[in-house]
Design a protein around this ligand. Structure first.
Ligand code: ADP
Ligand code: ADP
Length: 237
């Protein structure tokens, strides 16, 4: 059973169609990359997967987007719950201007995932460990998150997403604002996380897609022109 099942998905902004008739399955524990030129619809597509486009009034979505066996846009569950299941990491690290601890604890507090302080502490520690940030952060949990380096801030944003036990993590150009060393760390993290989560990445870098993903999908002018195993895509003549 796929994690996402998309059928004939169309997305438009007013009269402009940004995504044209896309049908695709995304597997559990798959890392899939979406690449293509600027403006081809990658971000629009990604944002459909957790209804991040809802706030854009002129945005219209047609077709079927199933998460497990539930239609994302016709589900009775609310969007806050959907976004806990389908977390998001953005291009520019965007920690809240709060302590490192409070950034990671934010989601679990909203969703009531911890009854006691010690439970919350455990969630924060585990999430920071999974994001490869525990050793760097453990002695400064009360420090303001925005004081960290860019790469640390991005891994904190990953920890914040992980903290609510999502099934899927969406990443929109997660390394574009990072230096090569920070990029390599996030890419290592993606490889580790692929054992526990479905990961959907938008990237402009074919090299990154080749390094991190099982399958790569190409967008062109809103069309999905090719989806293939990454090793086939990059070794074919
Ligand atoms: P990419 O992520 O590949 O750069 P986008 O999904 O950002 O592509 O954009 C796809 C198309 O949708 C572009 O033509 C863009 O101008 C348009 N678009 C994106 N967001 C909006 C918006 N909020 N309002 C109107 N048009 C938008
Ligand atoms: P990126 O290509 O890195 O995703 P963009 O510059 O395309 O960044 O988009 C940045 C923001 O502007 C996004 O939130 C997108 O939805 C919005 N946007 C993009 N194109 C348009 C547009 N034609 N009209 C209104 N908003 C847009």
């Amino acid at each position: 059973d796929p994690k996402f099942k998309l059928r004939n998905v169309d997305v438009s902004y007013g009269a402009d169609r940004a995504i044209k008739n896309i049908s695709l399955d995304i597997g559990r524990n798959e890392v899939i990359s979406f690449i293509g030129p600027s403006g081809c619809g990658k971000s629009t597509f990604l944002r459909c997967l957790n209804r991040m486009n809802d706030s854009i009034d002129i945005c219209r979505i047609k077709g079927q987007l199933m998460l497990d066996d539930e239609d994302i846009y016709h589900s009775k569950r609310d969007v806050v719950e959907l976004r806990a299941r389908v977390g998001m990491v953005f291009q520019k690290p965007n920690p809240f201007p709060k302590s490192i601890y409070d950034n990671v604890a934010y989601g679990p507090r909203i969703h009531g995932l911890a009854n006691r302080k010690s439970d919350l502490d455990d969630i924060v520690e585990n999430s920071l460990r999974k994001a490869g940030l525990w050793n760097e952060a453990k002695d400064r949990l009360d420090s303001i998150a925005t004081g960290m380096s860019g790469g640390q801030q991005q891994r904190l944003c990953i920890a914040r997403a992980i903290a609510v036990s999502p099934e899927v993590i969406l990443m929109d150009e997660p390394c574009s604002a990072l230096d090569p060393i920070a990029t390599a760390r996030v890419e290592e993290l993606i490889a580790e996380m692929s054992e526990s989560y479905t990961i959907v990445i938008v990237t402009h870098s074919m090299q990154q897609a080749a390094r991190v993903s099982h399958r790569t999908a190409y967008f062109h002018l809103g069309h999905l022109v090719e989806v293939n195993e990454t090793n086939k895509v990059f070794t074919s003549p």
